[in-house]
Design a protein around this ligand. Sequence first.
Ligand SMILES: *Cc1c(COP(=O)(O)O)cnc(C)c1O
Length: 426
Amino acid sequence: MSDNYRQETICIQSGWKPKNGEPRILPIYQSTTFKYDDSDQMGRLFDLEENGYFYTRLQNPTNDAVAAKITELEGGVAGMLTSSGQAANYYAIFNICEAGDHFVCSSTVYGGTFNLFGVTMKKMGIDCTFVDPDASEEEIGKAFRPNTKALFAETIANPALVVVDIEKFARIAHSHGVPLIMDNTFPTPINCQPFKWGADIVTHSTTKYMDGHAMCVGGCIVDSGNFDWTRYPDKFPGLTQPDESYHGIIYTERFGKGAYITKATAQVMRDLGSIQSPQNAFLLNVGLETLHLRVPRHCENAQKVAEFLNSHERVAWVNYAGLPDNPYHALAQKYMPKGTCGVISFGIKGTREETVAFMDRLKMIAIVTHVADARTCVLHPASHTHRQLNDEQLREAGVKPDLIRLSVGIEHVDDIIGDLRQALEQ
Ligand SMILES: *Cc1c(COP(=O)(O)O)cnc(C)c1O
């Protein structure tokens, strides 16, 4: 938006811009298709010569308005919604990698991403090397090969809560001629805008804080437009050479800074089809309207809960970058000075059985496979989300066997602490 509005205003006003007499609120374009009066115009749309809608698998006005809002919040040039965060991360990589290619990824990423990259994409012939995000530039650089096409990391890892040194990662990626792709799900653009620190592409599981109410699974990819694909034409032929599946279009020539997202839409989404439903995009947009209010409250509550847990005798350890003695405190202060996120991890003294018993004693705080929504919830990754990983993989992912992931909601903080206290002290 040329008006340079602040994040709070973008959350409310951006995306849908009704013209005279149109609905004030973003309409749900609950339609698979769009009508045209003449066949030639439809042809031009198919050739990407004209902008317009023809089939919702490629583009839908409701989805586009919501993608535009997220794009603006991140400070990017183009974005697209996907049906899930998994689809967003898959497409973000697959848009520039094919069989025989390779990419490098932080080892502390979300378990679902770890599986997608390390197991499923490997079966497609795309190889991934996982690196310790705290290793030196030189050490991480050793993972790069001539066929490496991207570097990937999470700004705050789920659930390890490792804060990545974004500038370090950007330097490593760019010195090897590849883009830095960052999953910015946990801080959201309210707390961190990775493009400002050199990231090139950002992904989201909008399922989390963006939706914020645990209503819809969804994802998003945003491009900064900053990575110059044409500097490495041989490395990124999908963007710099004719696309035979699209009448020989060259995305970088025709679309400039929009090349990456146009290809992701016109080719990857066209063929793989993980589109977000317009109904879900509408609900996501309602969530986005209060993102700037909810995220600070999540952080404020999480800070108080982390301090409570940290001072409790039954608690063995607490991991929250808002605590001054946390190893990622300084990085968090630099990249997300307003706060990190509402997610805390901690362990209680005692056996694995006692951990489970503690969780079962919670009354208001529910055990659910979710994170980052309005309601406080807990999860034991080793027995739930990460149970497919062995002990060594768990350690690599920064997940201790006794780790409890606590997603602090926006209830009154004293009620959250009260529930934790009774479950700890029973
Ligand atoms: C949840 C999550 C994903 C996967 O997103 P889905 O919407 O569940 O598919 C990816 N990355 C991070 C950081 C997540 O927290």
